[in-house]
Design a binder for this molecule. Sequence first.
Ligand SMILES: Nc1ncnc2c1ncn2[C@@H]1O[C@H](COP(=O)(O)OP(=O)(O)OP(=O)(O)O)[C@@H](O)[C@H]1O
Ligand SMILES: [Mg+2]
Length: 298
Amino acid sequence: MAARIISVSNMKGGVGKTTLSVAMAQAFAGGAGGGRGVKTLLVDLDAQANASFWLCGYADLTSAIESSKTIDCFFEDAVVFGKDVAVANWARPAKALSDTLFVAPSSPNLRIVERELIVFLSRRHRNLMEVERVVSDLLEQNLKTLRNAYDVIIFDTAPGISAMTEAALRLSDLVIVPTVPDYVSNLGLLSFCRSVSWSSNDPLSAKRLPWVVANKVKQTPHHQRMLKQMREAAESDEREFRMFRTEIPNSPRIDEIASDLNVDGELGFDAEGVQVFAALAAEALDIAARESVAPAGA
Ligand SMILES: Nc1ncnc2c1ncn2[C@@H]1O[C@H](COP(=O)(O)OP(=O)(O)OP(=O)(O)O)[C@@H](O)[C@H]1O
Ligand SMILES: [Mg+2]
């Protein structure tokens, strides 16, 4: 089976992109829900490198950074030095579930490399759109191989908008947008969802809508009212996003785990956490299979 490609993205920070990316990756790789684990690759496109810390552990990530085995070095080698390099060679086993869970780690240097690419290409008279195209073509080329080597590929993206995020969104079967159902978190949601539909690889095909997942959900009147409004918007004829049935509760245990990246082994969610992330992962795979943008024959 060609891998399903999933981006987890929102221009708003702190809504749970990394928590959901890592928890889903662990659910896929660990065979949550009873089945066999599927081979999963998480590509960390965020210079904060939180997902990389979680999945590699401090010592292994430090060693990856020191030996230029982080994703920023891949982009620099490919674009600036014109080397024939493959993302596949940047993937390393995660510290837990290491038979099925792999990570192409990031480093804080990604921020500098992204600027370096822009400066390098603009000196060669390429505009910003073309910079995005170069990054996107490079990732697309790599995904042809990666699709055959993995069952699921997850991009954890940085808050804000960047050439790397744009490329990941364009190439994904499914774009998951975590959001907190409160007024402030939803202010930019619609404009972000519109930008996702426009970034679809094939603008002539049916509009590809992002899928919003409500995270940190509380049983407060405000959260419940916002959720109701979001679900109505997702069902209307003019909808600009769809919504996951699964909702992730605001949970002290999830917060505790996500705030302490320096844990050994798998993330130790409680029974409620395990169950909710298994449900999210199963729903995501189901949607990605229906909405696949895999080239014919892949
Ligand atoms: N369901 C949840 N319940 C309680 N706390 C949560 C939940 N999901 C995430 N958090 C907390 O919210 C904070 C932000 O989570 P996370 O780092 O996953 O967000 P993010 O969108 O990746 O952030 P950034 O934009 O900085 O990349 C973390 O401290 C985490 O502990
Ligand atoms: Mg993050």
